[in-house]
Every structure is written in C-alpha cells, then in structure tokens.
Design a binder for this molecule. Structure first.
Ligand code: GLN
Length: 490
C-alpha cells in the first residue's frame, strides 16, 4: 500500500482485513506524520497508547474479530476525558489534568477497536468559531486561498484541531463536540464531513461540559459512510447521563443509500440572511438542484423564529457555561494560583483570573448576568420560551418535508486573527448551525464545492430527531453529486 494516509475508514478496514498492512504499520505512518506536522492540530500526542491499542487490534484482526473501528487511528477532541491521558479542554485551568476515568464515548470507540493518536486542539472549553481561543495556540487550516496563498486560515471551531487533522491526513477520522455548530462549521471550513446527531444520541458522560442542554458528541470523517461508521461506534445509551436516550443504534452505514425518489427537501426562506456571501447562496442553489436531479422534490418552507436563534443561544449557552465552569476553583484538580492568598475567595479569584482565557471569561460574565436576580425572567426564561418556538418551527416543517437543506456557514474559512476583536462578528458564524442545536435535531455538513479562492464550502442537511438515517442518505446523494475532491498531496 503506497500511501496509507489516503485511506478512508472503509478502505483501511478492508486493507486490515485482507492483511495488506497491520494496524501497527498504519498507526506508525499516522504518528510519524502527526509528529512532523506544524499545524498544531494536537495538544497532546499519545503514541504509547496508540501503539498498544494498535498491537491489540492486530491480535483481534488475526483472530478474525473486528470491531467497527478495528485498528483505525483517530484523533480525540481534547474535551473528552481519557483515562491516564491529559485532558485540557484547551484551557490553562486544566493544563495538568489527567482524568482517572474514560468518557463513555471514547470508551465505546475503544471497545470497537479505535486507536487514539492524540488529543486534538480546540477553542478553550469549546467556545469559539476559529480555534483561535485555545491556550495552546491556533490551528492552521491545511487549505490555502488561491488568491492569497500567504494568508493563514482558521480551521473553524471549536473542534478545529479535529477537523484540520482529518483534512491534513494526520488521522483517519476524529471526534468533535457540537454545542452550536462546532462540528458542522469546522467540517465545512476543512472540506470534510461532520455530523451532530440528535441530542441524547451520545452520552455526555466524561465530556467536559460547556452548555449541557446543547452539547453533543459527533464525528469528523472523509466520507459520509465513514461518518456513519464513526457515529455508530460512539452512540448509545448510558445510565450515567440522564439526558442520553435509550434507543438502539441503527446500522446507518450499512443502510445508507443515496436514493431520493419521493423525498421532500425543504429550503427555509429565512436562511437567506444578510451578510451571507453570494458564493454561499450559489452553492446552496446548486445543492438543491443536485438533489432535485436525483428525484427529490424541493419545497420552500418557513422557520419564522430561526432569526432569534443566535441571540437566544448567546443567552442560554453562557448561562449554562457559567454554572458548569464554577467547578474550576483550584481546589481539587487543575490549575491553582502560585501567588500568595489570604483567603479562600482570594485563591479562587486569582486561580480563575489566571486560568481562564478572555472569551471564557466573557461568557461567564454574560451567563452570570442573565441568571442574576432581576434579569433571570427577562433574559433566561424568555430565551427558553423562544427556544421552544424554534423547536416547534422545525416540528411543523418536518410534517411537510423529510430533510432541510441550508448552507453550513455564511462564508468560507477566514484568516487567523480576523473577527477576533469583534465577538459578535465571530458569533455570526453560527447563524445557520445554531437553530438545529436549539431544537436538538441532527445536522450534517457535507463538502459541496469550492469558493473563488479555492476554499471548501459546506452544505448542511437537517432532519427530525432520531432520523440520522435520512441525514446520511441525503448527504450521500450530495456527496455523489458534488464530486468534491479532498485536499491532495500535502
Ligand atoms: N461557535 C459557537 C460558540 O462559540 C459554538 C461552539 C460549539 O458548538 N461548541 O459557542
């Protein structure tokens, strides 16, 4: 096998099964490439874990026992607690945290034979849209603008390291988390596929919490089929997460078909938002045409409350974050100030002032404000009510259509540093992804084409809760039609 790093999960599994190469060989080629890469995708490399897991996988392969991800080298977003492997959430406050337990999702994946190459970079506590809020530095998107080749581009965020690592072929696939778009937007920026499943599909146990009513685990992969294999290995009920739902995990990958005959696809008119690049509108129209050509019926729909999704998210997510992040106080684990303090409160204050970055502090302050006496009803309670209206819009829409097609992000990847001093501009990146997060429904981003600068553009498919199969099916149809060529020969 000439280039092990061009394999998908599907083709790597075939090669491993046919004994064309071993998992140790496959893993070594990725470890080597990941070690040489300068894009800062990994916060921590875990070669000892990877090689031990690969050796175990080879034994199982020899015995003819193969799990869904047997021997496949992946990157794990550094938000998943991994037993014995440092887990930082890209924050100074957790720079020295080594979990004593495994997150449910990473444990599920290891039980299916996954090999962990390392912990992938992200925005601190998953707050951001460019991976520029990491204590461990920015991540470089491997794609280059044709017009401005010297521009260093963001991979998207918050799961930027996970997405860029797949695009750069320094892992076969990876995990992300998506609270408001953190899987779908980086997938779009890096020209790969990423799915946020239905809220409750994957356990949140052991995933460092940002906004618990929104956080969902999900995968990044090179193809739609690979995404389905990944999600199958990650998903499942967990008694330790009261919001995980006891539903069987379907064989999505085995059942994927790109058949659209009789399928109705909705185009929400409210998604033609101001400030969206013309190129995005063009690729969206093209996507609709591709689906129509394959037998789908395209129907204009209305999601009247989606325009409130962004402001509502930026009340609810900070509110939940301010509660979740209260636990980082320097007492039991994580960073503690080395400065002198004369009271417990002073120790907390110094620890938290040193340990959290600017964006995280901003969110804690917004969250504390909207939850405070006198503002709680005006902001938080009202936001929850509007959230229900947003979810109802989707319920109504799904009585008319099987899936909804939208752009994933309002632009292609932007330059590292851009939008950094204008939080609202940064937040606008999530305008197309957040409504689905508020409603808890599945959303998948598929690479659909290139901008005039030669940068990837993604399209998003949304379906009703628990109908990931339709999301995969429509995504497969898009993938077939788009003929998107991944970044080659890095
Ligand atoms: N970009 C959004 C935010 O900053 C979404 C992040 C996420 O999904 N984790 O909150």
């Amino acid at each position: 096998m000439s280039n092990l790093r061009k394999l998908t999960i599907e083709t790597a599994l075939e090669g491993l099964k046919a004994k064309k190469f071993s998992s140790v060989e496959l893993t070594k080629s990725y470890l080597d490439a990941a070690g040489k890469s300068t894009s800062n995708c990994y916060i921590t490399h875990t070669p000892e874990i990877a090689l031990a897991q690969a050796a175990e996988a080879d034994k199982r392969i020899a015995a003819g026992k193969m799990g869904l991800l047997e021997g496949i080298p992946i990157a794990m977003k550094d938000l998943y607690c991994t037993k014995g492997a440092r887990t930082t959430a890209a924050s100074k406050i957790l720079h020295n945290f080594i979990p004593q337990y495994e997150s449910k999702v990473s444990g599920n994946m290891f039980a299916q034979g996954a090999v962990m190459l390392g912990k992938a970079n992200l925005d601190e506590f998953a707050m951001g849209s460019g991976n520029t809020n990491s204590h461990f530095g920015s991540v470089l998107n491997p794609w280059r603008s044709k017009k401005f080749p010297d521009k260093k581009l963001v991979p998207g965020g918050s799961s930027g390291g996970s997405a860029a690592a797949v695009a750069e072929d320094i892992c076969v696939a990876s995990t992300g988390t998506d609270t408001g778009g953190s899987i779908r937007q980086p997938a779009a920026f890096c020209g790969i596929t990423g799915i946020k499943p239905t809220y409750g599909r994957c356990s949140r146990w052991g995933v460092v919490a940002f906004a618990s009513s929104l956080d969902q685990a999900g995968p990044f992969a090179k193809t739609v089929k690979d995404s389905a294999i990944m999600l199958q290995s990650m998903a499942g009920y967990d008694v330790n997460d009261s919001t995980s739902v006891n539903k069987e995990v379907p064989n999505w990958s085995g059942n994927i078909n790109g058949h659209l005959k009789g399928k109705k696809i909705g185009i929400p008119k409210e998604y033609r938002v101001d400030g969206t690049d013309q190129e995005i509108l063009d690729i969206w129209a093209k996507g609709a045409k591709w689906l129509e050509e394959q037998g789908a019926e395209i129907i204009e729909i209305s999601l009247p409350h989606s325009k409130y999704a962004l402001p509502v998210y930026y009340i609810i997510a900070p509110a939940e974050c301010s509660s979740n992040l209260a636990r980082y106080d320097g007492v039991r684990y994580g960073h503690r100030t080395e400065e002198k303090f004369s009271s417990l409160d002073e120790m907390y204050e110094k620890t938290r002032a040193e340990g959290f970055g600017e964006e995280v502090k901003r969110r804690i302050m917004i969250g504390t404000y909207v939850l405070s006496h006198g503002y709680y009803d005006a902001y938080y309670v009202k936001a929850q009510k509007v959230r229900t209206l947003i979810a109802r819009d989707f319920e109504t829409a799904f009585t008319k259509v099987d899936a909804i097609l939208t752009p994933t992000a309002p632009s292609a990847a932007f330059e590292i540093g851009a939008n950094q001093n204008d939080p609202v501009k940064m937040y606008l990146n999530d305008v197309f992804t957040i409504p689905a997060s508020m409603a808890g429904i599945p959303g998948i981003s598929v690479p659909a084409g290139l901008s005039s600068e030669g940068l990837p553009l993604g399209l998003q498919i949304l379906t009703k809760p628990w109908d990931e199969q339709t999301a995969f099916d429509v995504a497969q149809a898009l993938e077939n039609a788009a003929g998107f060529v991944r970044l080659e020969n890095l």
